[in-house]
Design a protein. Structure first.
Ligand code: PGA
Length: 259
């Protein structure tokens, strides 16, 4: 199945950026530009992942638009004594339909391991959220030719607890926030490997319909060549998603893509 049969996703990961006023301005720029950008195509999912404190502000701003909302992380428990954490039901209550699980900055900053990420992904679907499971190798792992082994380990662990549904984001750590984007060939090789591994884990059919996004220095000048690859189904965008013009251009490329 070519990626023409999978609806592309343009996802904005705002990370720990913006105050409420900035978020309002950014959302207004996006909702104002969106109809024109999607006109005649309309075939892309657009999701924003703001900091937890901005969720209700963003939910209000994007109401009635084609934009969906997601959390950047969640605790696997539904409630309880977990100071500083946010739960799946709380994200859903704030208007989220999606949640990031296992972003490399969570793995690095908070010591999240593969097993915990698997539990989060399962808890997400138990609470009606769609997990966007993030994985990718470090520069050292790539140089040591460990890339495929790392991807297989991360993907297997993330799916061990059998989340009911999921999408994947391949984010090589060496490309995140560095300006050093993966070449289309390197990204396609990783995406194809992930899809083949998915087929082993969850069957051909689900592997063929799962969206695998690329993340790591994606910007308007490199996304067209990336999405032209057979197994690349959209983008998880950090830095460029904080600029409405740049993110709208990325949405445009996704929406016009026809496999
Ligand atoms: P970047 O971040 O686009 O700024 O490289 C991507 C991500 O970490 O999701």
């Amino acid at each position: 199945m070519s990626n023409g049969n999978r609806r592309p996703v343009a996802a904005g990961n705002w990370k720990m950026n913006l105050l409420r006023r900035d978020a309002e301005v950014l959302c207004q720029g996006l909702t104002g530009g969106l109809p024109a950008k999607l006109e005649g195509a309309g075939a892309a999912d657009v999701v924003l992942f703001p900091t937890a404190t901005l969720l209700t502000t963003v939910a209000r701003q994007i109401q009635g638009s084609a934009i969906s909302l997601g959390g950047q992380d969640m605790h696997p428990d539904a409630s309880g004594a977990h100071t500083g954490d946010v739960s799946g039901p709380q994200l859903a209550d704030a208007g989220c339909g999606w949640v990031l699980c296992g972003h490399s900055e969570r793995r690095q900053d908070h010591g999240e391991d593969d097993a915990l990420i698997g539990r989060k992904a399962r808890a997400a679907t138990d609470h009606g959220l769609l997990p966007l499971i993030c994985l990718g190798e470090s520069g050292n792992e790539r140089r040591a030719e460990q890339t495929l082994a790392v991807l297989r380990r991360q993907l297997t662990a993330a799916l061990a607890s059998k989340p009911a549904s999921f999408e994947i984001a391949y984010e090589p750590i060496w490309a995140i926030g560095t300006g050093e984007v993966a070449t289309p060939e390197i990204a396609q090789q990783a995406h194809a490997f992930l899809r083949q591994t998915l087929a082993e884990l969850v069957g051909e059919e689900r592997a063929a319909t799962t969206r695998i996004l690329y993340g790591g220095s994606a910007n308007p000048s490199n996304v067209a060549d990336l999405i032209a690859q057979r197994d690349i189904d959209g983008f998880l965008v950090g830095g460029a998603s904080l600029d409405s013009g740049k993110f709208l251009d990325i949405i445009d490329v996704c929406a016009r893509h026809r496999g």
